[in-house]
Design a protein around this ligand. Structure first.
Ligand SMILES: N[C@@H](CCC(=O)N[C@@H](CS)C(=O)NCC(=O)O)C(=O)O
Length: 344
């Protein structure tokens, strides 16, 4: 009995301690209420990655990940500007979400099993399917990653890149050396100055960082994709409603693209008789209410940032300096992986 009492007291203590030590425990299940009360969303982004999250010289942020947070702000406030951006290094990002410093991170972050299960965070959805690659100076004469035996690689600390490189070189019986910097600009500068033979990171980031080199045309991205890097927003673990809101914010933009709803035709689309479009627009059903939002949540998102295709093309597409093709990020109906579960 004594034993049992001790045990249950111990368990209670453990439960209290683990609740108290849960980062921002008071926010569990209440992130949306806290954000609404505060009047803006706190969004963690990169320290500057063109096409994904980058500030201009007046401090205005743009990019796919920036648009993701703007979309969440639009869904909540019908105002895409109600968001404050916090630049975070790759290493800092997990602590920032765990501690409650930000409500969401949209920072070209790979959803991996370790991160999802061991870091107290959740990955609601993938907003950009990517994979790791290499960039080299064209005059190095290397045209395939298989020619990188003995190379020195520049990369960033706290990213998935080091382990992927280790796996790739080991499984191909190749030698390499890696130099990892905390700040992305340090690794770009080191590569630019010739400190490394290759720069390795996500393919999208290679295209982005290439723009920062003194002579971008003198560098090529090698064809190999050596890993899976499903990039997406992350939230603190333990708030399923917030997780839903973030997930469906992305799916609203994908569904809009599937149905041909754009930021330009959204007003006409509101009177569509297509039942799927009517549900997305909040004309039928109570999908917004179920998320704790207004009926027109998706209209607010699409009006502010557009559908997924518009977001992609505006920030990283073939007409931007990054010049990335839709590839695996095309809609599933066009051979890609972007697929929204039904809104019904
Ligand atoms: N997707 C990978 C890599 C993400 C990453 O941080 N990449 C660096 C290298 S390009 C970066 O985004 N730097 C921009 C910055 O730190 O501002 C991960 O989640 O670990």
């Amino acid at each position: 009995m004594q034993m049992l009492r001790k045990l249950s007291a111990g368990l209670l203590l453990l439960a209290v301690a683990s609740f108290a030590s849960t980062p921002a425990a008071e926010a569990a299940g209440q992130t949306l209420e806290i954000v609404k009360k505060r009047g803006h969303l706190k969004c963690g982004v990169s320290q500057g990655l063109p096409g994904f999250s980058t500030p201009d010289n007046r401090g205005n942020w743009t990019g796919i990940d920036v648009d993701f947070c703007k979309a969440v702000a639009a869904a909540i406030f019908n105002d895409a500007d109600k968001v404050k951006f916090t630049p975070l290094s790759a290493k800092e990002r997990f602590t920032a979400i765990q501690s409650g410093e930000v409500d969401i991170i949209a920072r070209n972050t790979t959803w991996s099993m370790h991160r999802d299960t061991a870091l107290g965070v959740d990955f609601p959805v993938v907003n950009y399917y990517d994979g790791q690659g290499f960039m080299v100076r064209a005059d190095l004469g290397v045209r395939s990653a298989r020619d990188l035996d003995g190379a020195t690689l520049c990369t960033n600390q706290g990213t998935t890149t080091e382990l992927n490189a280790a796996d790739y070189f080991r499984s191909n019986g190749m030698q390499y050396e890696i130099v990892a910097f905390e700040k992305a600009d340090e690794s770009v500068a080191a590569y630019n100055s010739g400190r490394c033979d290759a720069y390795t990171t996500d393919h999208s980031a290679l295209y982005a960082q290439k723009l920062k080199l003194s002579d971008p045309k003198a560098h090529i991205v090698l064809p190999e994709v050596i890993s899976k890097e499903p990039l997406g927003p992350l939230v603190r673990q333990g708030d399923a409603a917030w997780n839903d809101l973030v997930r469906w914010t992305h799916y609203a933009t994908v569904a809009a693209e599937e149905f041909g709803v754009t930021s330009k035709n959204i007003s006409e689309m509101k009177s569509s008789s297509n039942p799927s479009i009517r549900r997305l627009m909040g004309q039928d059903g109570s999908f917004g209410d179920n998320l704790g939002l207004s009926k027109q949540w998706a209209v607010h998102i699409i009006r502010a940032v557009g559908n997924y295709g518009e977001i992609f093309e505006r920030n990283v597409g073939v007409k931007t300096p990054l010049g990335i093709k839709r590839g695996v990020n095309a809609l599933w109906t066009k051979g890609g992986l972007q697929y929204a579960p039904p809104i019904r």
